[in-house]
Design a protein around this ligand. Structure first.
Ligand code: G6P
Length: 611
């Protein structure tokens, strides 16, 4: 959370920073600010979004070819002008933007207060700026050394860009826990939390590693770790184009990403399924395949929507590969004393590959001997670098804060892995394996069919847009889809919604049912169908309103439900991929009708890099 962008070179920094901040706004939008260096330093910052910042700087001096910008997701201190970044140290020697949390900031603040420092904000970042300045002034060292020495005292996570007006033309970047990418141009450098602000200028990037500090100027780049060891920068070429980050004809990124799903799933299995549909290849896990085949147990760790994908994975691995699975919230797992050993396979799922809790869970099991895999959408992300092996989802960049296409691509990867392992472990007969692969490759066309139902779903949205609560019910492999449907509704429309396994309804939620409660029911043709029909009857008997997701041609539920949304018939294993699409569309339209900011829901951020 929080987005940072910076530039040093010959261009005017301001447009690069503003455009960069707009692209990073998904990481937080509580306040925005920039610092521009042109002999003197101008800092402009305000509560609100990047457009408020643009308004603020109208008619101001925005010259300078060195600068930094920040968009904030508040951790320490309310969203306000004074808590907005950049922060300046008390004597003006350092200017800092920060993504992360300085956990020992209270202790450091006290120490600095005793040394005469005063503070203008409630942030941990200002404490860091003053800590660096204090080291700089007391130890009379260079700005770069002051940064490194100060960082050895910091507990927590940081992606930082720092400038010192006393050494103009230079930016210092440092990272631990929070991502930071350096774009390498010709006598110019770009810094950002992800690559989106820099793709029109360069495709050459360096991903900073934890505890590395880069000193950047027009003259070049020096890389060390905070302990003064020199590091060799590894320059990589990224494959990301402007079209990927454009809304195109769509009103919102979320709608665009919902509509991209037939393509994004195709991208997920591109090159991974044999032409004759007889085999699945997952190159990223080939080297550890023998360990996967022999795994005694799979533990999946994830957060948010990725955790829901993990729950779908649990059904798939147990059903098709016959390996016992446990699914854990990474945030809980990391603070237990989990029992994991060398026979386990740990899978971490994360769209961004930067979620702090998921990374911490991975680090926790590093010494257990378990094989650790990542399922991740962002090439070069921390997760991809901290796991033994992994599979990229290749869904393309996802910008809407509410995850949609990343979710279906994660499930596609899990489906492929489960089928592949079932085959390798000889628990999935070759004919079934082939039949399932054949079914899987039909999914994109079936999704395209569902997307044509958008108008119908929009009408249903208009009926329920003013409700205050909603219940989502599913069974078996569709229970996680019920959870995901409820999450989508609550996060973008602020309607309270709960997902439940349908049979559990009788143990509590049934008390909520009356004529004002919409119940979204996943009642497709699968092994639970009859039982779902009974659950629908129970809802109707209490005058609840039923919106049912049914298989094409369904007659029974159609007669009972208030509204139905049909999805094409498919194999049970693949029904999560289809049935979640109408739930995404329903939430989207309800949120739009309620006037909510769909792409940037309040209080949320896409990439949760703090715990
Ligand atoms: C945030 C996002 C969610 C996402 C979750 C986990 O809460 O708003 O959309 O599912 O983080 O993120 P990850 O990048 O680890 O999948």
């Amino acid at each position: 959370m929080c987005g940072i962008v910076a530039y040093v070179g010959d261009r005017t920094a301001y447009p690069i920073l503003i455009k960069g901040l707009q692209r990073l706004e998904y990481r937080g939008y509580d306040s925005a600010g920039i610092a521009l260096m042109n002999g003197k330093t101008n800092i402009y910052k305000c509560k609100g979004k990047v457009k408020d910042l643009e308004h603020l700087v109208k008619d101001q001096d925005i010259s300078g070819s060195v600068g930094m910008g920040h968009t904030r997701w508040a951790t320490h201190g309310e969203p306000s002008d004074r808590n907005a970044h950049p922060h300046q140290s008390m004597n003006g020697k350092f200017i800092v933007i920060h993504n992360g949390i300085i956990e020992n900031y209270a202790h450091l603040k006290k120490e600095l207060t005793n040394r005469g420092y005063s503070f203008n904000s409630d942030t941990d970042t200002e404490v860091l700026a003053n800590l660096i300045e204090n080291v700089y002034l007391e130890q009379k060292v260079s700005a770069e050394l002051a940064v490194r020495l100060a960082l050895t005292r910091v507990v927590g996570a940081y992606g930082l860009v720092i400038s010192s007006p006393e050494e103009p033309g230079m930016l210092i970047a440092a990272r631990k826990g929070s991502p930071l990418v350096i774009g390498v141009g010709d006598k110019e450098y770009f810094l950002a939390s992800d690559a989106t602000p820099i793709i029109e200028y360069t495709d050459q990037v360096i991903y900073l590693n934890d505890e590395e500090v880069a000193v950047i100027s027009r003259q070049g780049l020096d890389l060390k770790n905070i302990y003064n060891d020199t590091k060799t920068p590894e320059i990589k070429t990224i494959n990301l184009s402007i079209e990927n980050i454009d809304k195109g004809e769509y009103e919102h990124y979320m709608l665009k990403e919902i509509h991209e799903q037939s393509n994004s799933i195709t991208e997920t299995f591109r090159g991974r399924i044999a032409m004759d549909e007889s085999k699945i290849f997952l190159g990223g896990i080939l080297d550890v395949m023998h360990k996967l085949i022999d795994a005694k147990r799979i533990v999946i760790v994830a957060c948010g929507t990725s955790w829901h994908a993990a729950l779908v994975g649990e059904y798939l691995f147990e059903e098709y590969a016959r390996i016992p699975v446990e699914v854990e919230y990474a945030s809980e797992f990391r603070y237990r004393n989990p029992i994991v050993d060398k026979d386990d396979l740990v899978i971490a799922i994360s769209q961004s590959g930067e979620t702090a809790d998921t990374l911490a869970a991975v680090r926790l099991v590093k010494d257990s001997g378990a094989t650790i895999l990542g399922i991740c959408n962002v090439a070069g992300s921390s997760l991809s670098r901290e796991t033994h092996a992994g599979v990229y989802t290749h869904a393309g960049i996802e910008i809407g804060v509410a995850s949609t296409k990343a979710f279906t691509s994660q499930i596609t990867v899990l489906t492929m892995m489960a089928f592949l392992l079932g085959n390798k472990r000889q628990v999935l007969p070759a004919a079934d394996y082939k039949a399932l692969i054949h079914e899987l490759i039909q999914v994109p066309d079936k999704i395209a069919e569902i997307l044509k139902e958008e108008k119908n779903i929009e009408k249903i949205a208009s009926i329920y847009k003013d409700v205050t609560n909603a219940l989502y019910l599913g069974r078996g492999i569709l229970f996680p889809v019920a959870l995901e449907g409820a999450l989508k509704l609550k996060e973008i429309s602020y309607i309270h919604a709960e997902g439940y396994p349908a049979a559990e309804m009788k143990h509590g939620p049934i008390a909520l049912i009356d004529e004002s409660l919409p119940v979204v029911v996943l009642a497709v043709q699968d092994r639970s169908y009859e039982k779902m029909v009974s659950n629908i009857q129970e809802v109707k008997a209490r005058k609840g309103k039923v919106i049912a997701i049914v298989s094409k041609g369904d007659k029974v539920v159609k007669k009972m439900a208030d509204q139905v949304i049909e999805i094409p018939n498919c194999h049970e294993a693949l029904s999560p991929l289809l049935s979640v699409i109408p739930l995404q569309i329903l939430s989207y339209h309800i949120a739009v009708m309620r006037g909510c900011n769909v792409d940037q829901p309040r209080n949320l951020a896409k990439s949760v890099t703090v715990e």
